[in-house]
Design a protein around this ligand. Structure first.
Ligand code: FE2
Length: 394
């Protein structure tokens, strides 16, 4: 009976971003995938997303556009001036906002969602996110005018006991082009796990389509949890069969922007020590079968952020009813860096962001930078001038 009632929903989901082989029996149907369902969805979604990107790509620097189409990412070093970067670091260090945590293997991810209410107290982040220079890149890469959801994110490697973080296996997020971006507030190297990407792996070559076809049948017959959720894992022999080059680890200085099509194979790089990195992180994922890139409407942006906050609270209540924590649960910390400088932790070696900064532009020592407890409203003249510069650039 339940199957009968849900079938219309499963059919509709075939024309959306729904990717789970396990939650949608049509997407996970062995027969349908033998007949090519997964591959057909991929080809159609890539074609439509390609058109949407071309519509939005005219204002993007041709070199970056070329890099995007050929390699699947855009990389811009020295994205901001030092003063603006210092303002972002200060706001990240002194934030007073809801922090959500996800525990994956031995890694903690801490995030603050940068919705409108939060950004009211974070003028430097607001100025960066509003700057057309950034928005043009993100809209092109996501193939839509609607702004991505933005977060302050800190990845904390080796902060808990556990197996290897599953995000550290090369994988494709989903079957269609999709955008994530990282603006690194810290230097990134092998110590704190650089983002890693297989250049060119976003393209639909014949070898890739053949691999996807075989995988879709295998997954329909039972697979690991992540592949079953539509986030396909890559092995070394798969990479060889598809003729991929070696993965590129983005060991980059602070103040670097990386925008990636995470349909391409990627992962969090392994960190050689207990360490963290903080970034302004954005994500955009929508229906790849919708040919319209939509509009940048402030009310819609507010609505999507509001809906996400409400959804997370709903999941919290659901988990609480079962005596558990939701996968992205609230923690006591009010910023994403705070608990890494807990006095109990200080005798353990941690590659902390301040120690990695190329230039300590605010002239404070490392500890002060993280724990000085100033409110985000207490902006220094330098920070304010950085924000003004960003606004002028906008
Ligand atoms: Fe991913």
């Amino acid at each position: 009976m339940k199957r009968y009632l849900l079938t219309p929903l499963w059919v509709v989901q075939l024309f959306t971003q729904t990717k789970s082989f396990t939650k949608n029996p049509l997407i996970g149907s062995r027969l349908a995938n033998r007949l090519g369902l997964h591959v057909v969805r991929m080809v159609v979604a890539h074609s439509i997303m390609g058109l949407r990107m071309r519509l939005l790509g005219r204002q993007v620097d041709p070199q970056l556009r070329k890099q995007w189409y050929e390699e699947g990412f855009m990389l811009v070093e020295n994205f901001l001036d030092e003063v603006s970067l210092a303002a972002l670091r200060r706001e990240a260090s002194c934030a007073d906002a809801d922090v959500r945590e996800c525990i994956q293997g031995d890694t903690l991810t801490h995030r603050i969602q940068l919705d409108h209410a939060t950004l009211e107290h974070m003028p430097a982040f607001k100025a960066v996110l509003d700057a057309p220079r950034l928005q043009r890149l993100l809209k092109f890469a996501s193939g839509k005018q609607v702004r991505p959801i933005a977060y302050i994110q800190t990845i904390k490697n080796g902060f808990v006991d556990g197996p290897v973080d599953p995000q550290k296996h090369l994988h494709s997020d989903t079957f269609h082009p999709t955008m994530k971006s990282w603006f690194f507030l810290d230097n990134v190297d092998e110590r704190n796990g650089p983002f890693t990407y297989v250049p060119g792996s976003h393209r639909l070559s014949m070898a890739r389509l053949k691999w996807e076809y075989t995988k879709s049948i295998e997954i329909s017959e039972g697979a690991d949890k992540y592949s079953g959720n539509g986030s396909l894992r890559l092995t070394d022999s798969d990479a060889q069969d598809m003729g991929f080059p070696p993965p590129k680890a983005f060991a980059v200085p602070a103040n670097t922007l990386v925008v990636a099509n995470t349909h391409g194979f990627h992962c969090r790089g392994k960190a050689s020590e207990k360490s963290l990195r903080t970034e302004l992180w954005t994500i955009s994922r929508g229906n790849p079968f919708n040919p319209s890139p939509g509009l940048d409407l402030p009310w819609f942006d507010k609505l999507q952020n509001h809906a996400l906050v409400g959804w997370r609270r709903y999941l919290d209540r659901q988990a609480e009813a079962k005596g558990a924590l939701s996968s992205w649960h609230l923690i006591e910390a009010r910023n994403t860096i705070q608990d890494s400088v807990d006095p109990v932790e200080q005798d353990k070696p941690v590659t902390a962001p301040a120690a990695l900064y190329a230039v300590n532009t605010d002239g404070q020592d490392s500890d002060t930078h993280i724990t000085d407890g100033q409110s985000a409203d207490n902006q220094s003249t330098d920070e304010q001038s950085g924000i003004d510069q960003l606004r002028r650039a906008a």
